[in-house]
Design a protein around this ligand. Structure first.
Ligand SMILES: Nc1ncnc2c1ncn2[C@@H]1O[C@H](COP(=O)(O)OP(=O)(O)OP(=O)(O)O)[C@@H](O)[C@H]1O
Length: 283
């Protein structure tokens, strides 16, 4: 079996006395998009920074392709997109991307060509030579994605990439990540938008209180709550159905049977339900 492009075993990291990541195991395989899901403060960003080779773990080990990862080599193969793009705002998107290309060893002409290619890809060409401070939050996110892709990374780590993006940009982001994975890279994306993540990812890793948890199966079936007229809310029935079309057919069948329905509600996506189940286990 091909070893994961990047994996971590027993990573931990504290800030002073506070243990942000207690024990994190994760395996990121070529061609796969993995979702990293967890509540605020769970340790997701800290884990992503360690996986990117940007923050040293206190203990645990990182492996790239099955052998112990060298942080410098890891950084050269990794693209990192932080949740907030806040640096170098007086520079233009072209200058920022060229600078990052040069940091990755490209000559000026190659870095310039790559910068323009990426600005095209994330639809920011019209802002190529304007200061980045004038970009909106969503545009800055798109520039952050371009910056993460400068070195054509095999390992792409994204922290809340869709926050601030408009619906079209989100759809494009999904397609771009899928295309990047299809070329053999691995993508790890943290997000709180579970419905959206569910459409994007192949695998999910949950994180709570500094610990990672891999669900035994990735739940994919959403659930609906059905309550009959006069039925107390706590006695409503919950059914799992494949998708909205299956729900519509099920509802039509109930109506044809003259079932006295008071409520028929999609309650959560499968991923949301798994998350709530995990949270319930922990409280
Ligand atoms: N540099 C730091 N110094 C001190 N504490 C930190 C530092 N970075 C993170 N922490 C703390 O570690 C914990 C985990 O933070 P982290 O940013 O990894 O969580 P997260 O899961 O990404 O949260 P969110 O979903 O809110 O972005 C938090 O309690 C945070 O305050």
């Amino acid at each position: 079996m091909t070893p994961p492009l990047l994996s971590a075993a027993g990573l931990s990291r504290s800030f002073g006395a506070y243990r942000a990541v207690a024990h994190a195991d994760i395996a990121l395989n070529a061609g796969r998009i993995t979702g990293l899901v967890g509540p605020n403060g769970a340790g997701k960003t800290t884990l992503l920074l360690m996986l990117a080779g940007l923050l040293a773990p206190d203990s645990g080990q990182l492996f790239a392709g099955g052998t112990v990862a060298d942080p410098v080599a890891l950084r050269s193969r990794t693209g990192w997109m932080p949740d907030v793009f806040g640096t170098w705002e007086s520079l233009t998107p072209r200058e920022i991307l060229i600078a990052f290309g040069r940091l990755h060893g490209a000559d000026k002409a190659t870095a310039d060509t790559r910068a323009l290619e990426l600005l095209n890809q994330v639809h920011l060409v019209e802002f190529t030579d304007h200061p980045a401070s004038g970009l909106s939050r969503g545009q800055k996110q798109r520039l952050g994605l371009a910056r993460a892709l400068v070195n054509r990374p095999q390992i792409l780590l994204l922290d809340e990439p869709a926050s601030g993006m408009d619906p079209r940009s989100r759809i494009e982001l999904r397609a771009q990540l899928r295309a990047i994975a299809a070329e053999g890279a691995t993508v790890l994306v943290s997000s709180h938008i579970l419905g959206e993540l569910e459409e994007m990812v192949d695998d999910v890793v949950f994180m709570t209180g500094g610990f990672t948890h891999v669900p035994s199966t990735t739940p994919s079936r959403p659930r609906w709550r059905i309550r009959l007229i006069g039925q107390p809310a706590d006695q409503a029935v919950v059914v799992e159905l494949q998708d909205d079309a299956a729900a519509a057919a099920y509802l039509a069948q109930l109506v044809a049977q003259q079932t006295p329905i008071a409520e028929f509600t999609r309650i959560t996506s499968g991923l949301e339900q798994a998350y709530l189940d995990l949270d319930a286990d922990r409280t």
